[in-house]
Design a protein around this ligand. Structure first.
Ligand code: BMA
Length: 312
């Protein structure tokens, strides 16, 4: 039986700290977008202080990336963004929407972690839009189009009462969000039993929105981060059509098993291509960036034919 649905790129890892022309400890959890006939990557890097910044790299083919000389996004220097990004900006996701590229990211400060929204049209300059959650939230992905006249997002609030789960919210303007519902929860005695969170921004397919998410499993040797898939109804994504009961990727390569945080594959990006495959990007052990491909129909089949309950 096939356990893994992702074919790793033979040149992994595709980007490491040795490729970055300024001092960083890691290159991981990157967003990727197609822009102007090429691929642009926004990658997270730890500084020596443990605070994160976001760098930028370019690629012709989506696999061989070259870092630009300067970072793309540092913690905000003034006003509200200074206060709430003081301890770093992490794990960006990019959604192309209405002619712009919207970037969601985790903003860390003494007040906790919350979600920032920024915007670029040229990947040269970046404009902060707003914070779109209070603390504590991470892993927010915006759908690439309005659904029934509203913007939509998946996110992952923290909770001490219920296992950390994937929620959906809607907005008239990308800034004010509400009508929130929980859509997928971790399932006890399944691969993702401890906590889950959105990974790549949802991908439109004929059969539904493909949601590539991360699931965490606890062991006596720490947590294992793997990737899985779920399919949401195109017109009403609260309605989950299936959640794959097997992971699509787990830490296997040496740089996924051992690194800054061991046993982690963590995605913030997947790019659908015209050949029916997607390019998937993931951080290996919170230290390096990796890439691979997957057949979109195989991921959909997993959701629909080998599913576990979305909310058990
Ligand atoms: C999560 C986040 C991710 C990280 C993962 C594994 O809680 O901090 O950015 O990749 O843990 O360390």
């Amino acid at each position: 039986m096939k356990n893994e649905f992702v074919t790793r790129y033979e040149g992994n890892p595709i980007l490491t700290k040795d490729d970055i022309p300024y001092p960083v400890q890691t290159v991981h959890n990157a967003a990727v977008a197609k822009f102007d006939g090429r691929y642009v990557m926004l990658f997270r890097s730890h500084l020596d202080t443990g605070r994160s910044i976001i760098g930028i790299a370019d690629s012709e083919d989506g696999f061989e990336f070259k870092s630009r000389p300067e970072p793309f996004m540092l913690p905000g220097q003034s006003g509200v963004f200074c206060e709430y990004e003081e301890f770093g900006v992490e794990d960006p996701r990019i959604t192309p929407l209405e002619g712009a590229y919207y970037i969601t990211y985790s903003a860390y400060s003494r007040h906790g972690v919350r979600i920032g929204l920024a915007k670029t049209t040229d990947f040269e300059t970046i404009e902060r839009v707003a914070f779109i959650s209070e603390a504590d939230y991470r892993n927010t992905v915006i759908f690439p189009e309005k659904i029934n006249g509203r913007y939509a997002r998946l996110d992952r609030p923290h909770s001490d009462i219920s296992p950390w789960s994937i929620w959906i919210s809607y907005s008239p303007d990308l800034v004010h969000w509400g009508d929130s519902r929980v859509v997928i929860k971790p399932a006890k005695y399944h691969w993702d039993e401890m906590k889950i969170g959105p990974g790549a921004p949802p991908i439109r397919t004929e059969k539904g929105w493909l949601n590539i998410y991360h699931g965490v499993f606890p062991t006596m040797d720490g947590s294992v981060y793997r990737l899985g898939v779920a399919l949401h109804d195109l017109n009403d994504p609260v309605n989950v059509l299936g959640v794959g009961d097997r992971w699509i990727l787990q830490p296997e390569d040496p740089w996924e098993v051992v690194g800054y945080v061991h046993n982690v594959v963590f995605t913030c990006a997947a790019i659908p291509e015209e050949d029916g495959k997607l390019k998937l990007y993931w951080g290996g052990a919170d230290k390096v960036m990796c890439a691979g491909t997957a057949v979109i129909d195989e991921l959909i089949d997993l959701c629909l034919t080998d599913s576990r309950p979305a909310i058990g």
